[in-house]
Ligand binder design. Structure first.
Ligand code: HEM
Length: 410
C-alpha cells in the first residue's frame, strides 16, 4: 500500500520509469520542461568537449547564477544615490553572506562577458555560422551586445568612485556616436550628467528591461539551435548524400541542418544522422559535471577575492585616470587617439561586420572543424581583430596612468 502511494506520487510528477530502456531515455528528455531544450538524440561530434568547449552552456549557467544572486542583492539595494552606497556597505559588513553574494554576482558577470566572447570565437573558428545557422549567429551578436549592456548598467549601481567615473567615461563614448549619440546619452542618463536619474534608469535597465530582453533572445537562440539541426558538425560524406539525392524514395520532410558538399556546392541533408547517442545520459551528465565544476570555481574565486568597492561617488573629485569598465578600455584607448575612431568608426564597423559576416562569407567549406585550412584568409582577418582588441584592452587596463600617460605596472 505504502509503495503504491510513492509510486503514484512519482508517476504524478515524472511520466517515465528508470531510464534503462531507449523509451525511458527518450521520455526523460521529452517529458521534462528543462531537458526538453535538447533533442532526444545528439550527434557524437557535438558533445565532444573540445568542439564547443562548453562556452555557450557556461554563458547560460552564469546568466542563471546572475539572476539568482541578483534577486538576492535586490532585497538589500535601494537605487537612490544617498542609499545605494550604504546598501553596499551593509552587504559587505552587516548582511550574512552579503559580501559573498556580491562577489558571486560580480565575478559571474565578468565571467559571462568573457565566456560569451569566447563562445562567439568558437563559433567563428568552427565556421558554425554557415547555413542554416546564419540567423542564429545574428541573434548571437545581439546577445553579445545585451550582455555588455547588462554588465555596463550593473557597473553603476554600487555608486562608488570606480563605478561613477567608469559610467561617466562609458557614456561619454556613447555620446560620440553619429547623429544619435548625444540624444542616446541623454536618454540613458536621464540628464546630461551621471546623477539620480541615471542611477534609476540603470537600475531599471539592469534589473528588468535587459534581463527580459536577453531571456527572449536566448529563447530564440536555443529554439533556433534545435530547428537548425542541433550543434553543427563536419558535412556528411558525399557518398551518403549522393545516395540520398539520387534515391527513389522521397526524402523525409524534416531537415537535419547537416550540410553536404557536392562539387563545392552545399546541400542540406534530409536524412537522420547515424552517429547519434541519447541525450540522456550522454549529454546531460556531461553538462551537470561541467556545471558543478564551474560553480565550484566561481565559489572559490568569490571566497578569496572581494568585488572592489572604493569610496562613495563624488562628482567633484575626478580620479586620474578615469577608466571605463575593462571591456570598453580598448575603445577608450582608441578614443584617446581620436574620438571619431574609438567612438564611431570602430564600433560601427565591428558590429556591422559581425552581423553581415555569415551572409558575405560564401565559402561553403570548413564547417565543424577548428581552424580549417580551407578558410585561412577570413581566419587571419578575424584573428588580427581579436588580438588587436585584446592588446588594446590590456594596454588600457595595465599600462595607462595619470593623464592617460603610458606607465609600466611593475
Ligand atoms: C548570452 C549569450 C549566449 C548564450 C547563453 C549562448 C548559448 C549557446 C549554446 C548553449 C549553444 C549550444 C552550443 C555551444 O555551447 O556552443 C549555442 C550555439 C550557438 N551560438 Fe550561442 N550563445 C550566446 C551568444 C552567442 C554569440 C555572441 C554568438 C555569435 C556572435 C552565438 C552564436 C551561436 C551559434 C551560431 C550557435 C550554433 C553553433 C553550432 O551549431 O555549432 N551565440 N549558443
Amino acid at each position: 500500500m505504502k509503495k503504491n502511494i510513492f509510486a503514484r506520487i512519482w508517476r504524478s510528477v515524472f511520466r517515465h520509469g528508470i531510464p534503462d530502456t531507449d523509451m525511458n531515455r527518450s521520455l526523460v528528455v521529452t517529458s521534462n520542461i528543462f531537458l526538453h531544450l535538447h533533442p532526444v538524440k545528439v550527434r557524437k561530434h557535438g558533445i565532444k568537449f573540445w568542439y564547443t568547449m562548453g562556452f555557450g552552456g557556461t554563458s547560460f549557467l552564469l546568466f542563471i547564477i546572475l539572476v539568482v544572486t541578483g534577486a538576492l542583492l535586490m532585497l538589500y539595494y535601494t537605487p537612490v544615490p544617498s542609499e545605494a552606497y550604504r546598501s553596499m556597505k551593509d552587504l559587505n559588513y552587516v548582511v550574512s553572506f552579503g559580501e559573498f553574494q556580491r562577489n558571486l554576482h560580480r565575478w559571474a558577470a565578468h565571467g559571462m562577458v568573457i565566456t560569451v566572447f569566447l563562445h562567439a570565437c568558437r563559433v567563428f573558428y568552427t565556421a558554425a555560422y554557415k547555413p542554416p545557422r546564419e540567423f542564429n549567429w545574428v541573434i548571437g551578436v545581439f546577445l553579445l551586445l545585451i550582455t555588455l549592456g547588462l554588465s555596463f548598467t550593473g557597473y553603476l549601481l554600487p555608486w562608488d568612485q570606480l563605478s561613477f567615473w567608469a559610467i561617466t567615461v562609458g557614456t561619454n563614448i556613447v555620446g560620440y556616436a553619429p547623429f544619435i549619440g548625444e540624444k542616446l546619452k541623454f536618454l540613458l542618463l536621464g540628464g546630461n550628467t551621471v546623477g539620480e536619474g541615471a542611477l534609476l534608469r540603470f537600475y531599471v535597465l539592469h534589473c528588468f528591461a535587459l534581463p527580459l530582453l536577453i531571456s527572449i533572445f536566448m529563447a530564440i537562440h536555443f529554439w533556433r539551435i534545435r530547428k537548425d539541426g542541433g550543434i553543427s558538425g563536419p558535412p556528411v560524406e558525399v557518398k551518403e548524400v549522393e545516395t540520398e539525392l539520387h534515391s527513389e524514395k522521397p526524402a523525409p520532410e524534416k531537415t537535419y541542418g547537416l550540410m553536404a558538399l557536392v562539387d563545392g556546392e552545399s546541400f542540406m541533408v534530409k536524412k537522420e544522422p547515424e552517429d547519434t547517442v541519447f541525450t540522456w545520459p550522454h549529454l546531460v551528465l556531461r553538462e551537470l559535471l561541467w556545471a558543478m565544476l564551474v560553480i565550484n570555481i566561481l565559489v572559490l574565486i568569490s571566497l578569496y577575492f572581494s568585488a572592489p568597492l572604493e569610496e562613495m561617488a563624488n562628482p567633484y573629485k575626478t580620479p586620474n585616470p578615469a577608466k571605463a569598465p575593462w571591456y570598453f578600455l580598448g575603445l577608450q584607448e582608441l578614443v584617446h587617439y581620436s574620438a571619431f575612431l574609438g567612438g564611431i568608426l570602430v564600433p560601427t564597423l565591428a558590429i556591422t561586420a559581425l552581423i553581415i559576416l555569415p551572409y558575405i562569407d560564401r565559402n561553403p567549406r570548413g564547417e565543424g572543424v577548428w581552424f580549417s585550412r580551407e578558410r585561412q584568409w577570413i581566419q587571419i582577418v578575424f584573428t588580427v581583430c581579436v588580438v588587436a582588441l585584446i592588446v588594446l584592452t590590456i594596454i588600457g587596463v595595465f599600462f595607462r596612468g595619470a593623464n592617460w600617460s603610458f606607465v609600466v605596472p611593475w
